[in-house]
Design a binder for this molecule. Structure first.
Ligand SMILES: *[C@@H]1O[C@H](CO)[C@@H](O)[C@H](O)[C@H]1NC(C)=O
Ligand SMILES: *[C@@H]1O[C@H](CO)[C@@H](O)[C@H](O)[C@H]1NC(C)=O
Ligand SMILES: *[C@@H]1O[C@H](CO)[C@@H](O)[C@H](O)[C@H]1NC(C)=O
Length: 321
């Protein structure tokens, strides 16, 4: 008796699903596979309760670092921490409250770190918001500029002494290829005259790359490396404000398609891991994409604009009056 047709359909279906999964895995790129272990090193990852940040924290915990999860919501942070400890058996993972959109919260966080930690070896500026409706931070600054750029600027500056105290500290900024489209609107940095969620996002990501380059100059001779990475297009909560995610049409057609091409958070964490861990990633001021050095947008290389943004940021964060 020939096997029933259903068996045929089932196995054909199985092969199709298998191929799709394999295809997605291939598109997502390889895992960072260096052997580095981080015993005795202290790492801070901002926004690490979810998405790329969580995957990064998880992998660094697996490599035995002391991981400080800097998150806005401690309830969510503690949940993620529990999972990370359960998965890695590294109990040296802690939660510290830090809201990157609030200068006060950042100052409190940094003061605690400076008082309690002997060094900070790795700082990963990962937290971010994307294309949200115009909102002002507590300090009256447009939220994407506040969180993605100024908040991390202030955090990095406040922790700089701790990081330079480390033998070969690294600072990594999770930027985005979106910076290529960005321009810094010095006349309306805070988007008061005109707000477009997309341009404000691109602007904040360009600011990340410009700062990496400017910071690299500042850090010359300290042994600290700083770099910016493009994680790839990743399927995470950061897209929650994007309108394509909301309509039923997109739910039906666009999302399955996007799912195939967007990276998972684990895949999205690989270039950050490369920048943090790899012995090949010690060039300060580098920009990485797909675990390789890439060329940032020409606008990021404009040194006069870098300087102007640096000075403006010092003023806005009240590091300098
Ligand atoms: C990367 O690692 C994950 C689990 O840690 C595994 O499921 C996945 O297949 C790996 N990807 C590649 C491309 O090797
Ligand atoms: C933090 O997250 C929890 C759990 O998702 C939520 O119930 C709570 O409202 C959040 N707290 C704040 C301050 O956002
Ligand atoms: C990361 O970005 C922030 C905000 O743009 C900036 O202040 C900081 O210097 C950058 N750090 C690195 C390592 O690029």
């Amino acid at each position: 008796m020939p096997p029933p047709r259903i068996i045929f359909y089932l196995s054909a279906g199985g092969v199709a699903v298998g191929s799709i999964v394999l295809f997605k895995e291939l598109l997502g790129g390889s895992n960072y596979s260096g052997p580095e272990m981080l015993e005795g090193k202290t790492v801070i990852v901002t926004g690490s309760n979810t998405g790329i940040g969580r995957e990064t924290a998880l992998e660094l915990a697996r490599r035995k670092a002391r991981v400080i999860m800097a998150c806005r919501n401690l309830t969510k942070c503690k949940l993620a921490r529990k999972e990370i400890i359960a998965e890695t058996l590294n109990r040296n993972v802690v939660c510290r409250e830090c809201d990157l959109s609030s200068f006060e919260s950042i100052r409190q966080f940094a003061a605690r770190i400076c008082a309690k930690e002997s060094t900070v070896d790795i700082l990963i500026n990962n937290a971010g918001v994307m294309r949200c409706p115009r909102t002002l931070s507590k300090d009256g600054i447009e939220l994407q500029l506040a969180t993605n750029h100024l908040g991390h600027f202030l955090l990095t500056m406040l922790l700089l002494d701790k990081i330079t105290a480390s033998e070969n500290g690294r600072i990594v900024n999770v930027s985005s290829i979106a910076h290529m489209r960005g321009s810094i609107n010095f006349d309306d940095l805070n988007s008061e005259k005109n707000y477009d969620p997309s341009s404000a996002y691109d602007q904040s990501k360009l600011a990340n790359v410009m700062f990496t380059l400017r910071l690299a100059k500042e850090l010359q001779g300290t042994g600290v490396t700083c770099s910016a990475v493009h994680p790839g297009l990743v399927n995470t909560e950061i897209g929650r404000h994007m309108s394509v995610y909301k309509s039923w049409l997109s739910l039906l057609f666009l999302r399955p398609f996007l799912w195939l091409f967007l990276k998972t958070p684990r895949q999205g964490a690989q270039t950050t891991l490369y920048a943090v861990l790899s012995p090949d990633a010690t060039k300060s001021g580098a920009y990485y994409s797909d675990q390789r050095e890439a060329t940032p947008a020409a606008s990021a290389l404009d040194e006069a604009a870098q300087e102007r943004l640096w000075q403006t940021s010092l003023k806005w964060t009240r590091l300098q009056t």
